[in-house]
Design a protein around this ligand. Structure first.
Ligand SMILES: Cc1cc2nc3c(=O)[nH]c(=O)nc-3n(C[C@H](O)[C@H](O)[C@H](O)COP(=O)(O)OP(=O)(O)OC[C@H]3O[C@@H](n4cnc5c(N)ncnc54)[C@H](O)[C@@H]3O)c2cc1C
Length: 333
């Protein structure tokens, strides 16, 4: 087993997915404790140009596997190639973003390597000389800790935004090692026929810098408009607690929390949200948290940067109006 932590890079249309940088930055922190090397693995039609986009992250190496058949992600050709190079180097851990394709990829990779996987993790840390992952269990009712037996490669998929994105690096590109991994014809067992854009409202909470989120404290669905108006005024995305998603006030893609999105905006405004542990799990690492709640003992205030005790239905429209006036725009009657 080599003293290396690997991160499998995810990319789309020539750009590296932010989760790759997030995991490389976390891998660097973990590696510091054991003087391990941090290695990114890129499988692509042409991997080196993507490796150049990992400059400035101070990682030790990028292993590039280039092949025309790897134009787009397909499970078998990707997993077979990754497993082949990973077996060769036998790193102590392999981290994968828990994205739509990452879930499938990580599970297939672990099966191919004959090792254990911790999937959809929120945290990866050292414990008693080994890696430990924390992930929601029993439908999110508790966080379980998973440790790997010491002689296996630890494979984990980790949620996007579980760690901060250091941003696209512009520094010196990391050293590249090119590896060949032939694709046997039987591995080309599926083909991507087309990509279709999702219809309807698109919600990009994970990448939002500002989120205005509402909860049951708004009392009736019609009052959720105060959240939308404030979000629109400050250019934020709209988030919600599960209570209001379950009640049908707003669709699931807006839900923040353990069974919703994990977010890390610069500003998170929580309006009429109590701050249940499952909600906090998805937003507690926001840079600045501004909470409005009429209960001074609401748990959200334990983690908020700015706390407003009062009726959100009074405060929020006034706040939006003030901001509008400041901007010099005409406020609605
Ligand atoms: C397995 C599991 C997974 C879960 N996953 C999630 C998840 O992903 N995300 C999530 O959010 N929840 C999740 N939950 C639910 C979570 O436990 C809470 O029930 C939920 O977050 C509560 O939502 P809320 O804060 O909107 O409502 P409440 O807990 O009812 O809080 C409403 C708050 O509004 C305040 N309030 C009332 N009136 C006003 C007013 N006029 N002005 C200002 N404040 C007011 C109240 O003081 C209260 O604090 C999960 C639960 C389970 C069991």
């Amino acid at each position: 087993m080599s003293n290396e932590i690997w991160v499998v890079a995810e990319h789309w249309r020539g750009e590296v997915h932010p989760v790759t940088r997030e995991l490389l930055a976390r891998a660097k922190e973990l590696a510091a404790a054991t003087s391990a090397k941090v290695v990114a693995l890129i499988l692509a039609r042409e991997a080196p140009p993507l490796a150049a986009k990992l400059g400035g992250l101070s990682i030790d190496e990028v292993v590039c596997v280039s092949d025309a058949e790897r134009e787009r992600y397909r499970p078998r050709p990707y997993v077979d190639a990754a497993a082949a190079v990973i077996r060769k180097r036998s790193p102590s851990a392999v981290l994968v973003g828990a994205t739509m394709s990452g879930h499938e990829f990580a599970a297939s990779l672990a099966a191919s390597l004959g090792t254990g996987i911790a999937s959809d993790c929120l945290e990866i840390e050292w414990k008693d000389g080994g890696l430990m992952a924390r992930r929601p269990a029993y439908g999110g009712r508790l966080l379980e800790g998973i440790q790997w037996t010491k002689d296996g490669i630890a494979v984990a998929s980790v949620r996007p935004r579980a760690y901060a994105d250091p941003g696209p690096g512009s520094g010196e590109a990391p050293p590249i090692t090119e590896e060949a991994a032939a694709i046997p014809p039987e591995a080309l067992d599926s083909e991507i026929v087309a990509f279709k854009k999702e219809e309807g409202e698109t919600v990009n909470l994970a990448d939002a810098d500002v989120i205005v989120a509402g909860g049951r404290g708004l009392q009736v669905p019609e009052n959720f408009s105060v959240v939308r108006e404030l979000a629109e005024e400050i250019g934020g995305s709209v988030g919600a607690s599960r209570a209001v998603v379950d009640a049908g006030w707003i669709p699931y893609p807006h839900q923040v929390g353990q069974t919703g999105k994990t977010v890390r905006p610069k500003l998170y405004i929580a309006i009429g949200i109590s701050g249940a542990i499952q909600h906090l799990a998805g937003m507690k690492t926001s840079e600045t948290i501004f909470a409005i709640n009429k209960d001074p003992n609401a748990p959200i205030f334990k983690i908020s940067t700015y706390s407003f005790v009062g009726d959100a239905l009074q405060i929020v429209p006034k706040l939006t109006k003030k901001l509008r006036e400041r901007r010099g725009a005409a406020s609605p009657a």
